[in-house]
Structure formats: C-alpha cells, structure tokens
Design a protein around this ligand. Structure first.
Ligand code: FCB
Length: 455
C-alpha cells in the first residue's frame, strides 16, 4: 500500500502510558496513584486486574526501546507517572523517578526516536486525591508545579509536550460514570473537574512555554464524532448535545480559553460554580492538538431519557450500539470518522498543526505456533492510515500518527482482557513478540513514505 500524500518529516510513532505499562508500583520511591487504589478496590476492574506488574516496562526499558528501534519509529509518546516523579504530589523530585525517565529519553534519542512526553495520563498521586483531587480549587496549581518540575527534569531531552491525556475520560468517566479512578459518580463534580483540568492544562502549558518558548506544547483530546443514529432532526439534536460534552467543551476550553454557553447553562442547573474567566486569564495558545481517535458514537433521541452518566447535561440522548463490525471493545470501525473529525477540527481551528496521538484496536490475539496473525488489526490500522492520508489531501495540517499501543498493556477497567499492542506480551513470562501488525507497521515506515523525524 502506498501513501503518496504523507509529507516529508511526518512522524510514525507509537504510544503508551505509565500506569498501563510500567509496573513496579512500589519501587524506586513511587507513591500510590488513584489508579492503584481504584484497581485494588474489589469489583472495579475485570478479574480484579491491577497495574502492579503491567508490562514490567520499568525493568525492561532497554528491551522496549530496542523494539521501537526495530519498528523504525520516528517518535514515541509516553507518559510520566506524577507519583514516580513527585511522590508527595507537590514536594521534591524523586531522583530515582527522574533518572528512570531521563534514561528512557536518552535511549530514545540514541535510537533517533523523538520523545513526546505526556504529563498526565490519569495517575494522580493518591495523596492529592485525599486533598480533593482534581475537584479541589488548588489542583491547577499542583499541576503547574508538577509541570515545572517535569520540565526542569527532562527539558533538555524532550521538546514536545502534552499536558493532559483525554480530559473527558478523567472528568466524566472518573467522576460521573465512576468507571475510571477515582470512581466518583457525581455529575456536578465531574463538570467541575473538567473545568479544573482545562485550567490546569493552560497553567502547565504556560509554565513550559515560559521555560522554553521553542518547545511545543499541546493537549490530547479523545474526539469522538457524535453522529445521529438515523437521519432525523431529533437524533441530530441529541447527537449535538453529546458532541458538546464530548468534544466542544474541551476544544473550546483548550484552544480558545472559553466555555460554550450551553455548558455554562448545564453547570448552572447542576449548581457548579466555576469562573469561566479563569480559562481566559491562564489561556496559553497551543502549538498543536493531539487527537486520539478510535470510533464514532451513534446517538439517538429518546424522549424523557436522563442524560447519560458520561455526558451529564446531554438530556434525551442515548448511545446506539454500532450496526457494523466491531473491535473487541465493542467499538465500531469507522475510518471515515477520522477524516471527518480531522477536517472539522482543522476548519474550526485553522493554522493548528494536528497529530493523531492515538489510534488502534483491540482484537482477540491468539498465538498459533509462536505467531500472532492479527490481520483484523492490520486492516484497522491501514484503513485509518489511509483515512489520515485523505485528511492531508483535503488540506489538514497533520504532522504524525501514533499507534495505540506499542505493546499489550493494562487496559484500565478491562484489565488485561483487551489487547491493543503491536507486540504481544505473554502474561506469564512477560516476553514480547511482534504481531503481524508490528511487521506491517515496520514495512510501512520502511517504505519511505515520509522524510523521517524532521517535523
Ligand atoms: C484511550 C486511552 C488509552 C487507552 C486507549 C485504548 O482512551 O488514552 O490509555 O486505554 O484508549
């Protein structure tokens, strides 16, 4: 398959996050995070799985960077575990934690792989949760201090930064639906958290830009198209209400420093008192936007239905199961939705470089005679790469594509039951083996359809 549309310097990458791969949760001075507490709470994750061991990346750093080198990655997106870097949440940097991430970045650079660091991929130090977590007024200040420390630690090795991964998940899955840490189920708190995460984003981005104006800083949003289930104006309106909470709240908050009026109305009804001016005060222009894309949500109008827990305020809207083929997550397969979303963002926020910071799929991976022939994943990935190419042809300034994920890992409340990796991880031995998708991705990168690493 050739993709003549990919520009010189386009990055082919892979992504992971700290809690999902590192393990070693009580080694090297790391303190517990909200995900340690949540995953150890009976009934919260499938089979009671936890990230205690995860993919044991903490002990296999060299091996894992070598896998990236074998793939020929241009860039690697990882996250820093806040409780590993600053075990007290706001105190001193933990030298062992700092050294672990410095070693990772040095190894990456030796391989010619650009490190892209995410500051927050959901693992808030538990000690801060005990002081109110993201709902606390001080949370953006804590986050800004952490950003400062992270930049002080890694700023000579990393020049592309993401502040927060998928604030919608952290806010609404974590505080309203209760299916992510810390497991709260209060829509008002969730809206408050969404606001404080956005303020935190601007404050952290501001800190980094002040320290190094030439560094690139952005946020990573999981933008999920909310499309009407059928061609009906009432479904379209319901879908629009979901789109507001899923997408516009975060796009507007991050990229314009504003709160959409409809969100202010919802907050008023819920009794959430947040000063929208705070976003404006701390507004820091983004150098890029990271888009995580997996699927499309199809939404129908249902008279009298309460708003779904994950979209509080989207009344009379229900999620309709996909009608076509699905991945092991039950998510539909809609590469068109990727092109559509990239074009929409690029039209609404022109002159903003975009990266696809996550895209991938879970399928049942069964090793047969030592081989994992994950053709469905290859099909999924190549269709989405093609969809990304279409967006570029349509004029979108897309700079890179990161597969989720480098290797099988702890898939949050699904534990180890869902695997997204290019590399299979044997749960007993933790040995890594390339799946067919890893060979496919390596060939794609080798085919020379980009200039490599000069983006
Ligand atoms: C995203 C998360 C990532 C992973 C994928 C499947 O929402 O950012 O950690 O769980 O989904």
């Amino acid at each position: 398959m050739t993709h003549p549309t990919f520009p010189e310097g386009f990055w082919w990458g892979a992504a992971t996050s700290a809690y999902q791969i590192e393990g070693a949760v009580d080694e090297g001075g790391r303190s517990p995070s909200i995900w340690d507490v949540y995953s150890h709470t009976p009934g919260k994750t499938l089979g009671g799985d936890t990230g205690d061991v995860a993919a044991d990346h903490y002990h296999r750093l060299e091996e894992d960077v070598a896998l990236m080198g074998w793939l020929g990655l241009d860039a690697y997106r990882f996250s820093i575990a806040w409780p590993r870097l600053i075990p007290d949440g706001v105190g001193d940097v933990n030298p062992a934690g700092a050294e672990f991430y410095r070693r990772l970045c040095r190894l990456l650079r030796e391989e010619g792989i650009v490190p892209v660091a995410t500051l927050y991929h959901w693992d808030l130090p538990q000690i801060l949760q005990e002081q109110g977590g993201w709902a606390a007024s001080e949370s953006p200040e804590w986050f800004a201090r952490y950003a400062e420390a992270a930049h002080q630690t890694l700023g000579d090795l990393v020049d592309v930064w993401a502040t927060i991964n998928e604030p919608w998940c952290a806010a609404f899955l974590g505080h309203s639906a209760g299916v992510h840490a810390p497991g709260a189920t209060d829509p008002a708190v969730a809206h408050r958290v969404a606001h404080r995460l956005l303020v935190g984003h601007h404050r952290a981005a501001g800190v980094i830009k002040k320290r190094a104006p030439e560094h690139r800083v952005g946020i990573v949003l999981n933008l999920i198209p909310a499309w009407p289930a059928v061609d009906d104006p009432r479904d379209a309106e319901a879908a629009d209400r979901v789109d507001l909470i899923q997408n516009r709240l975060f796009l507007e908050g991050a990229l314009r420093g504003g709160v959409p009026d409809e969100v202010s109305d919802i907050c008023r009804v819920l009794g959430v008192e947040e000063d929208p001016g705070e976003l404006e005060t701390h507004f820091t222009p983004s150098d890029y936007l990271g888009v995580n894309y997996y699927n499309v949500n199809r939404i129908a109008y249902r008279r009298g239905a309460p708003s779904p827990a994950e979209w509080p305020g989207a009344d009379e809207a229900v999620l309709v199961p996909p009608s076509g083929p699905v991945t092991a997550m039950g998510w539909g397969i809609d590469p068109d939705g990727l092109t559509w979303m990239l074009r929409r963002v690029s039209d609404a926020y022109p002159d903003l470089p975009l990266f696809i910071t996550e895209n991938g799929a879970a399928f049942e991976d069964r090793p047969v005679g030592g081989r994992i022939d994950d053709q469905p994943r290859v099909d999924y990935l190549s269709a989405h790469v093609a969809a990304a190419g279409e967006a570029i042809e349509a004029g979108v300034d897309l700079r890179g594509y990161f597969v989720w994920s480098l290797l099988d890992n702890f898939e949050w409340s699904y534990g180890y039951s869902k695997t997204f990796g290019l590399f299979y991880v044997d749960r007993r031995t933790l040995d890594r083996s390339p799946k067919a998708s890893a060979y496919w991705y390596r060939d794609l990168i080798r085919s020379g359809i980009n200039g490599g690493g000069t983006c």
